[in-house]
Design a protein around this ligand. Structure first.
Ligand code: GLY
Length: 595
């Protein structure tokens, strides 16, 4: 059963209040797993190897990646194979109609590179494209139905997809295998189908209002008029054919040929803006990774137009100004500090962040130690800071949107890639005849003055829509190295703004609290995004005293089902690898033996 969002808030609020009566302070961390999957066995989510490791949010995707390592492919081949496969098995999260970021570490040269293949605004897009003269969303209809929230639902929500060009170009430059080899598993899964699992079944139900509206989507995700159920087979023949075309011709067909024409025809059917010029002119951008240091570790992550890497480093810098030696990772002192650090970083996100090709973003200042010290001057251990917020929507569920893949190969090369169609099933529009779910990445722009996006995030002028501009992201594929540059960990997560919090806390659990990776990934998380001014807390994670203390400091608390879905690989000092998938969702690591 899927609980509608509004009711879900109340339901989990009740659970949260009830669970706060249970003392969990001394519970081992293994008891503090995310509530959604608390019955699963933690050890199912951990794999060790002395060869290579692929960790993705679906076992078929991890397996596709490991097949490439077994064939002699490298981390890039594995990551690209896993990416195409996850596009097939998690259409609610990512796909050929979306985009992403990829961070690459080459073991031999210690060279790190980042690639931006995120969606871009179509050339006909403009700052006020969604609003009328009163500043309200325009009334857009499809087949006579009002399309509410047009930056999230329907054709006008779609930005120019970048995933295919990104994966094809990166694999061509850095991979060892052929494109056809790395795409073979995805084609097979799309062609033969895979059993619908709990999360995708419930997301189809959650998004059925829109998936039903568009006939091209309805015919894929419904059977006899009903949403596909757990255990039924999801076969995607059109998607298999599109994947075959890409495997045979590279990205040309997709951006200039028959696939591009079908995407543009779909846009014309529903008032979307993307035209052939937009498709033809799409470019992948290589950027310079953002880097920082935290107590003997180097942090390397995604720069703007993601806010993720910058704010992970900004928050670590703030935390480094405090001695955390004897602090308890579940105690009020730490959670207060963490929330205050998040509040400050997210306030900067709203004010300073946007596409650096269009606006100036002060990344160097935001990631400097001096700036972190400045920010912490207003930190009060006895009081929560006032975010001066106004009322805003506060979504409570962790949607199934976005996904992350972490890979380390047998030579020590590493890839972290986070990919998305934005909200669950993106715009809910499938381009007829392609099987491609089109993104709704336009919602990551500021679409309405003073409004918030589907994640309750407020962004500013720097993130206004402009033709060809990239919407601000939170995706944070991140690597951690020793100060000597030895790779220690690759990690990332979905979750909109909660990506940043999930990556930060998992990294801190390893670097600061020395937790084994399994515990680090599964310890409960909090999230504060400045506005709305409240700490989101995973259900059942706070004991009575901690909760009371946080309230007495002036914090507001809000329950959330779960925060993030981390996929991580750690390299231990003996060279062995540990891969961990987050039991908050459906992932499973896969390992390749040393050869
Ligand atoms: N679409 C979510 C993000 O990029 O942050």
């Amino acid at each position: 059963m899927t609980i509608p969002r509004l009711i879900r808030f109340n339901f989990f609020t009740v659970i949260f209040i009830f669970s706060a009566c249970v003392t969990v302070a001394d519970m081992p961390l293994t008891r503090l797993y995310a509530p959604a999957n608390k019955n699963r066995v933690a050890e199912d989510y951990q794999v060790t190897s002395d060869g290579g490791m692929v960790v993705a949010a679906h076992p078929l995707a991890s397996k596709a990646g490991v097949l490439m390592l077994d064939k002699g492919g490298n981390a890039v081949d594995a990551a690209v194979a896993a990416s195409f496969a996850i596009s097939v098995v998690r259409p609610q999260s990512t796909g050929l109609g979306g985009g992403g970021f990829l961070l690459y570490h080459e073991a031999s040269s210690k060279h790190r590179r980042v690639f931006d293949f995120r969606e871009r605004a179509p050339r006909k897009a403009s700052a006020n494209m969604y609003v009328d003269e009163k500043g309200e969303y325009k009334k857009i209809t499809f087949n006579g139905k009002l399309v509410t929230d047009p930056p999230v639902n329907g054709h006008l929500a779609v930005a120019v997809p970048g995933l295919v060009k990104g994966l094809v170009e990166i694999q061509k430059e850095l991979g060892k295998l052929t494109l056809a080899e790395v795409m073979a598993p995805a084609i097979e899964i799309a062609d033969k189908g895979f059993p619908v699992y709990r999360a995708i079944a419930s997301e189809i139900v959650d998004r059925q209002e829109w998936l039903r509206l568009y006939p091209s989507s309805h015919k894929i995700f419904f059977k006899d008029g009903q949403p596909l159920k757990e255990g039924e087979l999801l076969v995607q023949k059109d998607l298999a054919a599109t994947l075959r075309q890409i495997a045979a011709t590279g990205s040309k067909e997709f951006y200039e040929g028959s696939v591009a024409k079908k995407i543009v025809a779909e846009m014309e059917r529903g008032g979307g803006l993307i035209d052939m010029t937009d498709m033809r002119s799409y470019r992948v951008i290589e950027r310079i990774p953002v880097t920082g240091h935290y107590r003997g570790h180097q942090i390397v992550s995604m720069p703007p137009p993601s806010s993720g890497g910058t704010h992970v480093i900004e928050m670590l810098n703030m935390l480094e100004t405090r001695d955390l030696t004897d602090i308890h990772p579940r105690g009020a002192t730490y959670l207060h500090l963490l929330s205050e650090v998040m509040r400050r970083a997210f306030a900067d996100r709203a004010k300073e962040m946007g596409d650096p090709d269009f606006v100036s973003v002060p990344t160097a200042r935001l990631t400097s130690k001096g700036y972190a010290r400045e920010l912490m001057k207003t930190f009060d251990p006895e009081h929560a800071t006032d975010s001066k917020l106004y009322a805003a929507n506060f979504p409570t569920g962790e949607s199934q949107s976005t996904t992350h893949i972490s890979v380390i190969d047998q030579w020590g090369n590493a890839v972290g890639t986070t990919q998305t169609v934005n909200y669950s099933f993106g715009s809910c529009v499938v381009a007829e005849g392609t099987g491609i779910v089109l993104n709704d990445e336009m919602d990551d722009f500021t679409t309405k003055s003073g409004g918030s996006n589907v994640f309750g995030l407020v962004t500013g002028k720097k993130n206004d829509i402009a033709p060809g501009k990239t919407p601000l992201s939170s995706m944070s594929p991140t690597m951690i190295f020793t100060d000597k540059g030895e790779l220690e960990m690759v990690l990332g997560s979905p979750g909109g703004p909660r990506i940043i919090s999930a990556v930060l806390q998992t990294a801190l659990n390893v670097m600061e609290f020395k937790m084994p990776l399994l515990e680090a990934v599964h310890a409960t998380r909090i999230h504060h995004q400045w506005m709305p001014d409240a700490i989101k807390v995973e259900a059942a994670s706070l004991d009575d005293d901690t909760r009371a203390r946080l309230l007495s400091l002036g914090h507001k608390l809000a329950a959330i089902e779960s925060i993030g879905d981390v996929q991580a690989v750690q390299r231990l000092s003996d060279g062995g690898l540990v891969g961990v998938s987050d039991s908050r969702s459906d992932g499973k690591p896969a390992a390749s033996p040393k050869r």
